[in-house]
Design a protein around this ligand. Structure first.
Ligand code: DPP
Ligand code: ZN
Length: 879
């Protein structure tokens, strides 16, 4: 396989003005007729080069131009292309192909999910449907007719508005027209026996939009939350970005077999059912919040992605980074802003920082790829969102809005680049972002070391920042980034001091943003009467690893007084990290572990503080995960990390038993009395309750066990039930564990999404024998190797969420993962490649583990018949 390079980009030789599609769907094959109005790209000359259409796994039945059937000598067909020689600069090309959705296990293009037909075309799935110029800078108006059996497929959907329908014996058809030009990756089709919940939304210009969420009939009771989320998203995008919806109808369809979370096809979003369906009895609070966020994300793409799309796939972060930022701000506005920020930063630090430090590291705008599906990454999405957030921090909320208005206005209907986005931000603000753009081209997580100097005599306080960035594949040297450091200075009694930089006439508020742009740079504040305590990188204003030497007393002061909620939490994290690192070192030195009374004291204070928001309290009581500790370590010592963290958890549970038990009981009592709502206050309460129960269960006290069983059996919602189940599964109470698992499976055996949770709870168990249990569960009737959600829940759950067992010293975990990747490679390359991630991190571990992990990567490489997806990840990991 060869790599595609950004520098080789060329505009297309031809455009497709109009696309008229006709689908005839049958159980053993389908035929697709495409009539493309093709036009020479006049910018590229008046000659007529060959027309090279993309196409894969298509059986070509006929080709004609302007109504004349072509003899087979007039075109060439290869594995990936149909090539022919145009005679005029504008013509209608008609092709007919036969395809096999019924045997499409890669879930790319047109495929069957259960009884229905559906599509997934991003990034390059459309070429598995018909011959086409399958690239995002070719935008076309689509008219689509779908024909199928009337009884079994009563609902026939495609993008845009419905314009005609009819019947032909046992079959029927429907025609849809999408007036907005779009690239083929936004095409969608659905046919099935679906029911819908209908609602409507009145836009800011008083247009009535019909909203429909289609599901299989048994799921009708689980769509209200998604519908509410959709209406909130539509309103939010009008208020915050001035963006109005444009078609008369907006549809969402829930599909059980889906490689990703969801897809923003114009007017017809197709969703993984896990990102639409939610009810109190079957979905946790986290699942409810995920539905809200993903519905918003896909809806927001209507502008950031669809109306303005990407010129080529190197620009993926143009739509994804921006849209993740938009959905994060939406979620922050709907829920607790600080908690949302904490969750996102924990996720970024644990997973994206690891990606940025590994063999697949790439800038948010990559320079090359072998398989674009491999670049739907945390870097492109989450770091991409952080880059957009930094722009807003640097330009201010108003400046950022001016920039986004200009971007949408200037580029509506176009396929553009990240440079165009930055240019709009520059032009709207008269700003120069040329150095800032290094965030788009340089990979790796920058390091920011901070030191301070206080001069009592002159009342000056100087902060000095030194930035650097480690080498990443293909990039040994990095130039300095622009790093916005949002900051404040606290006095000894917790006051936030006015901030006046040397040379300024007056102070400019008590919080400001320092733009660090040099390798080493100092900022001197004047009028500082006593040495202050700096609060830096507030709200995590840049995706960097910052190091500041804080004493424990200073961390405690920040925890108490910092007006930035994120930094209060961050101070607690830093304290916990310091203690955990001490314990890890003690394990490694073979010393007996001693508990540190300070953290218990701090936690006791937090528990006693009734003014503290419960969600914040839950976050502050959460120790850094084993995965985060591994990422932060030079060499990740899996066992030492696990032992140290478990020791600390138990020590805290014992030291704080009384206040935790009391608080837990009070929270549980409140839960019993109140009907479930997925609102911020209740979510906060259940989150804290869950944290406390997990600590309390470590004491193995009988009264806690009984409470846990009670919560498992009596809870009226999945959050409490699943929290209790997870506690039992990770405990040594074998009888209760077995009974709870059996009871749960019996009750929910027909609900696929709930069974996913049942699989993943067991896959994450710290108890001995988990790998064997996972292998046994692969034979469970509710498991399917063809369903991505099942693979993610059970196999992914074990390999990515269970470090102590995945990294078992005998190498069985690695062997297991390699076996699954080899088996999945032929079936579903995208999922196979994604599953591989934990093995790509081999450099993080000690030599013995490195050798075992590499050996498994090599075994995969040698297994033959590798998809481009798996080949790229394996070969880059071994390079
Ligand atoms: N574009 C999808 C998303 O919204 C992924 N296929 O992330
Ligand atoms: Zn997206």
């Amino acid at each position: 396989p060869v790599a595609v390079q950004l520098k080789d980009y060329q505009a297309p030789d031809y455009f497709i003005e109009r696309t008229v599609l006709d689908f005839d769907l049958y159980d053993d094959h389908s035929t697709v007729t495409a009539e493309l109005t093709v036009l020479r790209n006049s910018d590229k000359g008046s000659d007529l080069p060959p027309l090279v259409l993309d196409g894969q796994e298509l059986e070509l039945l006929s080709v004609s131009i302007d109504g004349q059937e072509l003899p087979s000598s007039a075109y060439q067909v290869s594995d990936n292309h149909l090539t022919l020689q145009p005679q005029t600069k504008r013509f209608v090309l008609r092709t007919q192909v036969r395809i096999h959705p019924e045997s499409n296990t890669a879930l790319e293009g047109l495929y069957r999910s259960g009884k229905m037909f559906c599509t997934q075309c991003e990034a390059e799935g459309f070429r598995k449907i018909t011959y086409y110029l399958d690239r995002p800078d070719v935008m076309s108006a689509f008219t689509t007719t779908v024909r199928a059996d009337k009884q079994r497929f009563p609902v026939l959907l495609s993008n845009g508005n419905p314009v005609a329908q009819g019947e032909e014996g046992a079959r029927h058809w429907a025609t849809w027209e999408d007036p907005f030009k779009k690239p083929a990756y936004l095409f969608a089709l659905v046919a099935g026996d679906l029911w819908c919940v209908e609602d409507s939304f009145t836009t800011m210009s008083q247009r009535e939009v019909a909203l429909r969420i289609y599901v299989e009939p048994e799921n009708l009771g689980k769509v209200q939350h998604a519908m509410d989320s959709l209406k909130k998203s539509m309103k939010w995008d009008e208020e915050v970005y001035g963006r109005e919806y444009d078609l008369d109808i907006f549809m969402i369809v829930a599909v059980s077999d889906f490689n990703m979370g969801a897809m923003e096809n114009k007017g017809l979003n197709i969703f993984n059912s896990s990102c639409v369906l939610a009810s109190p009895e079957t979905a946790t609070d986290a699942a409810h919040q995920r539905v809200e966020a993903v519905v918003a994300h896909e809806y927001f793409h209507n502008w950031s992605g669809n109306r303005v799309t990407c010129r080529d796939w190197f620009q993926l972060s143009l739509k994804e980074g921006f849209t993740v930022f938009r959905d994060a701000e939406f979620s922050a506005d709907m829920n607790s802003r600080t908690v949302k920020r904490i969750e996102d930063v924990v996720f970024l630090r644990t997973n994206q920082f690891a990606e940025d430090a590994g063999p697949m590291a790439h800038p948010i705008r990559p320079d090359s790829y072998i398989e674009i599906s491999n670049f739907y990454t945390l870097t492109v999405y989450e770091k991409g969102s952080e880059v957009v957030r930094m722009l807003r921090t640097l330009l201010g909320a108003d400046g950022f809005r001016k920039g986004s208005d200009l971007y949408f206005e200037r580029h509506d209907g176009q396929a553009v680049t990240c440079d165009d986005f930055i240019k709009a931000m520059e032009d709207a603000n008269g700003a120069d972002l040329s150095q800032f753009k290094r965030w788009y081209s340089q990979a790796g997580t920058p390091r920011l070391a901070v030191s301070s100097y206080y001069d009592k005599a002159s009342a000056e306080y100087t902060l000095t920042f030194q930035q650097s960035c480690p080498a990443t594949p293909g990039q040994s040297e990095k130039l300095p980034f622009v790093i916005p450091v949002q900051m404040a200075l606290l006095s000894a009694d917790g006051e936030h001091l006015p901030l006046q930089l040397k040379g300024e006439d007056s102070a400019q508020g008590c919080e400001r943003v320092l733009a660090v742009s040099e390798a080493e740079q100092s900022f001197t504040f004047v009028g500082i009467e006593a040495e202050p305590l700096p609060s830096l990188l507030r709200s995590f204003s840049a995706p960097v690893k910052m190091s500041v030497e804080y004493s424990r007393e200073q961390l405690l002061a920040l925890m108490q007084h910092d007006s930035d909620g994120f930094n209060r939490w961050e101070a607690a994290q830093q304290l916990q990290l310091a203690i955990l690192n001490g314990l890890i070192a003690a394990v490694q030195a073979g010393k007996t572990l001693k508990s540190d009374p300070q953290l218990a004291e701090v936690f006791a204070g937090l528990l006693a503080d009734s003014s503290l928001d419960q969600a914040m309290l839950a976050e502050m009581l959460s120790l850094p995960s084993e995965a985060l500790l591994a990422e932060l370590a030079e060499v990740a010592d899996v066992e030492a990390i696990h032992q140290a963290r478990e020791f600390l958890r138990k020590a805290l549970a014992q030291a704080l038993y009384a206040p935790m038990w009391q608080r837990y009981q009070a929270l549980r009592a409140q839960s019993r009395e109140q009907a479930y709502a997925a609102d911020a206050e209740q979510i906060a309460r259940r989150s804290l309750q869950g944290k406390l129960l997990a600590y309390l269960m470590l004491t193995e006290k009988t009264e806690v066990k009984a409470a846990c069983v009670e919560q498992f059996e009596q809870a009226h919602n999945m959050t409490e039930r699943l929290n209790a189940l997870a506690c039992l599964v990770n405990s040594s109470f074998a009888a209760e564990k077995a009974q709870a698992l059996a009871q749960f499976a019996e009750h929910f055996k027909d609900d696929a999404l709930v069974m996913d949770q049942w699989f993943s709870v067991q896959a994450g168990s710290v108890c001995p024998g988990t790998l064997n249990q996972v292998k046994a569960l692969m034979q469970h009737p509710a498991f399917s190797f063809k369903n991505p959600n099942k693979i993610r829940a059970l196999i992914g759950g074990f390999c990515a969420q269970n470090p102590i067992h995945f990294h078992a010293a005998d190498g069985e975990g690695y062997r297991f993962l390699a076996d699954q990747v080899i088996a999945l490679n032929a079936l579903n390359p995208q999922i196979a490649s994604r599953l591989l991630t934990p093995l790509t991190r081999w450099r993080k571990y000690a030599p013995a583990r490195q050798a075992q992990m590499r050996a498994e990567l090599e075994r995969i490489r040698a297994s033959g018949g590798l998809s481009k997806d798996v080949f790229e990840v394996v070969s880059k990991s071994l390079a």
